[in-house]
Design a protein around this ligand. Sequence first.
Ligand SMILES: Cc1ncc(COP(=O)(O)O)c(C=O)c1O
Length: 401
Amino acid sequence: MKDKHLSPEYIVTHQGDEYERFHGAVVTPIYENSLFVFKDFTSFTEAMRDETENYIYWRGNNPTVEVAEKKLAALEGGDACKLFSSGMAAITSAILSCVQAGDHVLCVSNIYGPAKKLLTYLEKFHIETTTIFSTETNEIERSIKSNTRVIYLESPTTMTFKLVDLPAVSKMAKQKGISTIIDNTWATPLYQKPLKMGIDIVVHSASKYLGGHSDLVGGVLVTNEARMKELFVQEFQLLGGVMPPFEAWMLTRGLRTLPIRMKQHQESTRKISTFLENHHAVKQVNYPGLPTNPYFELGRSMLEGYSGLLSFELKENNYHAVKKVIDSLAIFQIGVSWGGFESLVLSPNYGNNEQQLKEQNLDPGLIRLSIGLENTEELLEDLEKSLHHVVTTKNKREDIK
Ligand SMILES: Cc1ncc(COP(=O)(O)O)c(C=O)c1O
């Protein structure tokens, strides 16, 4: 089949794979070479005319890396993709490609902590940032300054999973000549295609669902051809945080099963979020896939599916209750990151950071779950047993009222 019918399943299975070029190898070999040599000097100088199109050096193009890049560009519906050594490297390059000293970045709601720290760090280069904790388009528009050059978005947002109206925000930003960047890690390109909604640059941490096996760290940046031409020779090559071929090979391997893994994550999380929502010990579940979620309708217009990362807030919203629940879980492992095969649990409440939680608008009873690929019934049982430790006669009574 030629590249006419680009279903996600076709893209992950065949798009970008060139069997004849590699002696019929069904999997592209790993090109573990730092440089490429040329038959004569003229060929070299010709190749150097456009580093974005030719194989010259590791910090440029590589046939193994290209396979994953082609798949991800096609999945996102973008012109071009480059892969980075981490999600943070992709985020840094995306932001720096849009700003210079004296510019302002508007950052919407809870974003991934280190991305926020990066924006604070950029103050030393006279790039200022404002964070607003609303995801409403009107609020975003009101916070724009004359020097705003970027609106940095996550939708759903980190920890709270609120949604931003991406078509409305990108339209408003375009009218004002402001670039928009979104971290699309939560939804994956299968479930949300921000470029099609007018967003300029999409970034991902490939360390989550895209890799999917908790065995690689990587970043993805997808945008249009014109932006990528510049970004390639500047932020990509100069900052140098590029993805090594072995990681790219692993990423392609992970991508092959992305559609079926996401189906399972979604199915399990639908059951688990519903279970949590009806539990005596739980005050609130933050998951846009629940019909009761305030962002459900907006989500239906933007999302084609829901991934497996959610949070919930305990009625007994203090560190001791959070610790009791987390420590009582047997299948869910305690650890950072998410989007892998294994179920994980975390809380931003460390028992010593009350002020920080307030500043980030986070409930002290918030617990984040990444639903893995284990048996759903066993995960439910694990949660049921663990939450039992914080079911009190008081919160049972509250339910009856
Ligand atoms: C939403 C989000 N974006 C970006 C990142 C950063 O990715 P990486 O760890 O690959 O640098 C993370 C990591 O947890 C994340 O959760």
